[in-house]
Design a protein around this ligand. Structure first.
Ligand code: MRU
Length: 346
């Protein structure tokens, strides 16, 4: 099941808010719709948002290739900036927009239609890069999984969060394909239930042994020796290794530290932000309090009650056993080791 498809001149997105009950692809026809698609989490997960934004900023532009080049560039730049602001935390979004704008600036195209083709080529390159990174993370992380290992994950950092195998779930898919038998626990991940709706769904469909639990059950499970290993994804990793990921990840990391369980973050280099020295420089998205007061339109709390709803939290680098990356497993000191392996600036 593809997270998204680029066909001819338009993007279709699997509407993940309808999963697991309904599989529906929605054609993106204008940039406002595309921005809402990202904001409403119809496409979500840092790498998938990045690929969706790369194609997404081209929404509707094929029909405008008759315009003069300067005008076409202005419209493209406006569209790119609209998507850049759709969600603030996953750095893959800003990275993709930066790459697309850089491609526009460096293109030698002398017509709007030639520039459009260059931009489609860049989006396709970003898409292929994501697929490759996922596979390499899967290969690197599979070594952590043995027959009988019991793995806990939070949110959804699987195939549905990327355009490939996933990040946190990629090692599980590789281990499964290698014939290993292991057990996965999926935190349901309140308030939007990405664990229940997406992780449990995609792992079960793949024939992997998965058990769903409420977020507040992880401590009990760990205290009984039920978890050997935690693997989660990330939305932005600061230069020192501090990691923003789905709200609740910090709690899992603290529990893992208390119970001495290895805690790994699966991290494609596209999610590392060297311009953020520490997590203090990472913007954390605050979302509509109704997401906490209700689910799917049904209120479980009084509509008037105040509700706290950060979409992400920060796990300090000190709680992370290692990063599973496309270049293998990176351990502390992170400031040094992330930079040595992944920094391409000056
Ligand atoms: O709000 P979401 O569903 O976009 O949050 C997703 C996560 O927090 C994932 O763990 C993260 O983006 C990594 S996905 C490979």
């Amino acid at each position: 099941m593809n997270t998204l498809n680029w066909q001819d001149d338009h993007l279709t997105i699997l509407d993940q808010t309808l999963l697991p009950h309904k599989v529906e692809y929605v054609k993106q026809t204008n940039i406002e719709q595309m921005r809402e698609t990202i904001y409403q989490l119809k496409v979500r997960g840092a790498p998938a948002i990045g690929v969706a934004a790369a194609y997404g900023c081209l929404t509707g532009l094929k029909a405008l290739t008759h315009l003069p080049l300067t005008e076409f560039k202005e419209i493209f730049t406006k569209q790119a900036e609209i998507l850049r602001a759709a969600r603030p935390t996953a750095v893959n979004l800003m990275r993709s927009i930066d790459l697309m704008v850089q491609r526009m600036q460096s293109s030698q195209a002398t017509s709007s239609s030639a520039l459009y083709d260059d931009l489609v080529a860049e989006a396709t390159r970003i898409h292929q890069e994501d697929i490759d990174l996922c596979q390499r993370i899967g290969d690197a992380g599979a070594a952590l999984i043995k027959d009988g290992t019991s793995i806990l994950t939070h949110c959804n950092a699987g195939a549905l969060a990327t355009t490939g195998l996933g990040t946190a779930l990629a090692p599980l898919y590789v281990a499964h394909n290698n014939g290993l038998k292991f057990k996965v626990y999926a935190d349901e991940t309140r308030p939007l239930l990405q664990g229940a709706r997406l992780t449990a769904f995609e792992l079960r469909n793949a024939g992997i042994d998965v058990t769903l639990l409420c977020d507040n059950m992880a401590a009990d499970l760990m205290s009984r020796g039920g978890v050997d290993l935690v693997i989660v994804g990330c939305d932005r990793v600061a230069a020192n290794g501090d990691t923003a990921n789905k709200i609740g990840t910090l709690g899992v990391a603290i529990l893992a530290s208390y119970f001495k369980i290895p805690f790994y973050v699966a991290c494609p280099s596209s999610t590392i932000d060297f311009s953020a020295p520490t997590a203090d420089y990472i913007a954390i998205e605050m979302r509509d309090p109704d997401e906490v007061r209700s689910f799917n339109g049904t209120f479980s709390a009084e509509r008037e009650v105040q509700a706290y709803n950060p979409a992400f939290d920060v796990t300090p680098a000190a709680l992370i056993t290692g990063f599973i990356t496309e270049k293998g497993i990176i351990t502390a000191p992170y400031s040094q080791n992330l930079r040595t392996n992944f920094y391409h600036g000056h």
